[in-house]
Write a protein that binds this ligand. Sequence first.
Ligand SMILES: [Zn+2]
Length: 55
Amino acid sequence: MAEKKGAEKKSKAKKAYKPGKMCPKCGSRMAEHSDRYSCGKCSYTEFKSQKKSGA
Ligand SMILES: [Zn+2]
C-alpha cells in the first residue's frame, strides 16, 4: 500500500504553450491532434495538410 498513483500521470506541468491554430468560425484556440485540429466550442474540425513525400 505504498504505491503512488501519480506515476501513471504524465507530467502535466508547465508546458511552453505553442500558439495554436485559431478557429475560423468562433475564434477560439483549436486543439491540435496528430492529423487535425478541432475546436471544442463549435466542433469545427480542420485536417492538417499532409505533405508526405513518398512513403
Ligand atoms: Zn470554433
